[in-house]
Design a protein around this ligand. Structure first.
Ligand SMILES: Nc1ncnc2c1ncn2[C@@H]1O[C@H](COP(=O)(O)OP(=O)(O)OP(=O)(O)O)[C@@H](O)[C@H]1O
Ligand SMILES: C[C@H](N)[C@H](N)CCCCCC(=O)O
Ligand SMILES: [Mg+2]
Length: 239
């Protein structure tokens, strides 16, 4: 039973669509998969959250959300303002471990970036990853600005004794600019870990059959796919 924590260099970088691609590749390989979204914010009761979006895109996965809060804010802030109980890292770890007992692969998607707080005591996804002893995948943006946020995230993971599996570019543009093309070389260097995939921009919006058929081609073997980092860099690295 494997647990991977999926964080990002921020919000809207492509964590959900990357989680869905990893789940889809695992399901295609005959593995049982669960996705856990500890704290979903910015959605109302009845609206689909990230866990449901992963299930929609990836197919037969167990989708679990521990709490949801109406305002599109950090979970700690949203919980406080809603007068609702926050999610604690200990509960996240407990829920993930329980899912791991019944699934080959458990994917835990954070909210926003690594240090976004679940609660007002400073509990974060990093604390849950530590409790689980689970490695972490960082989803990063492609363009200018990503080197700083990726290096900061990698340094924080290592300072906490967490294992950084690697970096996935959550949305690779159709027409990558110079910074994006240079970043494919520099991202693994500043992260101190390999580039493990690149999802094409808009991947979350393709028909699900196409998503499931293509997902493995966006991810490196370390994440269950066939994507070749060296070939991608050779094709796109900035001239
Ligand atoms: N089905 C879709 N169709 C088109 N665009 C989408 C779709 N799903 C996501 N996106 C876009 O892709 C980008 C990344 O969204 P995504 O939900 O993956 O971010 P995230 O990192 O998971 O954010 P969060 O911190 O809220 O979990 C956003 O700009 C979003 O609007
Ligand atoms: C609402 C958004 N889609 C995410 N669910 C929460 C992102 C919190 C980011 C907090 C911050 O880093 O400022
Ligand atoms: Mg998400």
């Amino acid at each position: 039973m494997t647990v991977w924590v999926i964080t990002g260099t921020g919000t809207e970088v492509g964590k959900t669509v990357t989680t869905a691609a990893v789940a889809a590749a695992a399901v295609a390989a005959g593995r049982s998969v669960a996705v856990l979204k500890p704290a979903q914010t910015g959605v109302l009761p009845g609206e689909p959250g990230d866990a449901e979006e992963v299930a929609r895109l990836a197919g037969a996965v167990t989708a679990v959300e521990l709490a949801r809060y109406p305002e599109p804010l950090a979970p700690a802030t949203a919980a406080r303002r809603a007068g609702l109980a926050p999610v604690r890292p200990e509960r996240v770890a407990e829920a993930a471990a329980k899912l791991a007992a019944g699934h080959d692969l458990v994917l835990v998607e954070g909210a926003g970036g690594l240090l976004v707080r679940f609660d007002d005591e400073g509990g974060t996804l990093a604390d849950a990853a530590r409790l689980l002893g689970a490695p972490v995948v960082v989803v990063a943006s492609a363009g200018l600005g990503t080197l700083n946020t990726t290096e900061l995230t990698g340094r924080e993971l290592r300072s906490r004794g967490l294992d950084l599996l690697g970096v996935v570019i959550g949305s690779w543009p159709d027409e990558p600019d110079l910074a994006s093309r240079c970043n494919v070389v520099d991202l693994p260097v500043v992260a101190g870990a390999g580039l493990l995939g690149a999802l094409p921009a808009g991947a979350g919006g393709v028909p699900v059959a196409a998503f499931r058929a293509a997902a493995g081609g966006w991810l490196a073997p370390e994440l269950g796919g066939t994507w070749d980092a060296d070939g991608f860099v050779a094709e796109h690295a900035g001239a």
